[in-house]
Ligand binder design. Structure first.
Ligand code: ACO
Length: 326
């Protein structure tokens, strides 16, 4: 059985936080942020909006495009590092919000690679005949685990969600391959120290020592991201006997413009084949690729038969790729 994405959707908070507004909060400048990252603004969730709110909204749009009813979904896979609660799974809350009564639902923790990891699991379940329709979502509210006093990190991240309906198909087109990788050696270069079993919450640890918030060795992450995303992209191309020149659209994880440019250069991909929207949203972790895929899809930047390469990198480290013939 082959596997195909039949619908995409995305949902973003209405509130925009610009670089100019960040200049009022911390010692930074629009020029520094733009030059070093490419980010101009990001979306920030309002009170009363949760990861599940955006995940369900993105999921609804993907289901509508695929013309699939919620009760026809066999599984909901939600990649997130900012779940509504440590448990239960935010995917179960999304199941409830959507009325996807026949789905098995669970979260997966692969940081910014959450959507690609979800896509890979969905592919295996469908190819094996164990499921026919799976809703894969990446959703985050990173603004709630960002240290707004740390200029090294708070400028980078944003909130939002993206989703895809993945279905069994007899077509030869569709998902050609997924590759997922981990490098646990580097887990401590990008992580959230507090709120888990290693540093259980206390006022001192969680708040005063700021363990609730994202910690990142930006320079190290940068170097690993470029190498790993190149490796994942080449794995996708090699396993399908393709070259980078066969790719119609490259959709990389949207973390930093310089990371994207470096990978595109290594793969010899011209700028017009590289999808970039991080100037609008910053790094939305697991949501970045499905939001970008949905924007590219709805704006007509992907046509039937196009070869689309998705490429991710995130905390863990985790990284991976998916190659599709649309
Ligand atoms: N405004 C102004 N100056 C700043 C800011 C800021 N927001 N942040 C840092 N600086 C300063 C630093 O303090 C430093 O000053 P110093 O030389 O006086 O010490 C100087 O700028 C240079 O800092 P670097 O950290 O060396 O800057 P760099 O060019 O490496 O850019 C950045 C930092 C943007 C974080 C970069 O390393 C990066 O993008 N790394 C990858 C991060 C990333 O993409 N993470 C997510 C990927 S995985 C995932 O998505 C979960």
């Amino acid at each position: 059985m082959n596997v195909r994405i039949t619908g995409t959707g995305s949902a973003l908070p209405g509130k925009i936080l610009t670089n100019a507004e960040l200049e009022q909060l911390i010692d930074t400048s629009d020029d520094w942020i733009t030059t070093r990252t490419g980010i101009k603004e990001r979306r920030i969730a309002a009170d009363g909006e949760y990861t599940s709110t955006f995940a369900a909204a993105a999921g609804r749009k993907a289901l509508a495009m695929a013309e699939v009813k919620p009760e026809e979904i066999d599984m909901i896979l939600l990649g997130t590092v900012t779940p509504d609660f440590p448990f239960p799974s935010t995917a179960c809350i999304v199941q409830d919000l959507l009325g996807a009564t026949n789905a098995t639902a669970f979260d997966l923790s692969a940081a910014c690679s959450g959507f690609i990891f979800g896509l890979s699991i969905a592919e295996k379940y469908i190819r094996s005949g164990s499921a026919r329709r799976i809703l894969v979502i990446g959703a985050e509210i990173l603004s709630r685990i960002v240290d707004w006093t740390d200029r090294n990190t708070c400028i980078l991240f944003g909130d939002g969600a993206g989703a895809a309906v993945v279905e069994a198909t007899c077509d030869s087109d569709g998902l050609l391959s997924t590759h997922i990788f981990s490098n646990g050696n580097c887990w401590n270069l990008l992580f959230q120290p507090g709120s888990g079993s290693r540093n259980p919450a206390t006022a001192q640890r969680t708040i005063d020592e700021r363990l609730l918030y994202i910690r990142m060795e930006g320079n190290e992450v940068f170097k690993h991201a470029v190498r790993a995303m190149e490796e994942a992209a080449i794995a996708a191309l090699d396993s399908n006997s393709m070259k980078a020149s066969d790719v119609s659209l490259f959709i990389p994880h949207q973390a930093n413009r310089r990371i994207i440019d470096a990978i595109a250069k290594r793969l010899c991909l011209p700028a017009e084949k590289v999808f970039v929207n991080l100037h609008n949203y910053g790094n939305t972790s697991s949501a970045s690729i499905p939001i970008a895929l949905d924007e590219a899809n709805r704006s007509g930047q992907i046509a039937k038969g196009n070869i689309v390469l998705l490429d991710s990198f995130g905390g863990g480290f985790t990284y991976g790729s998916a190659l599709l013939r649309w």
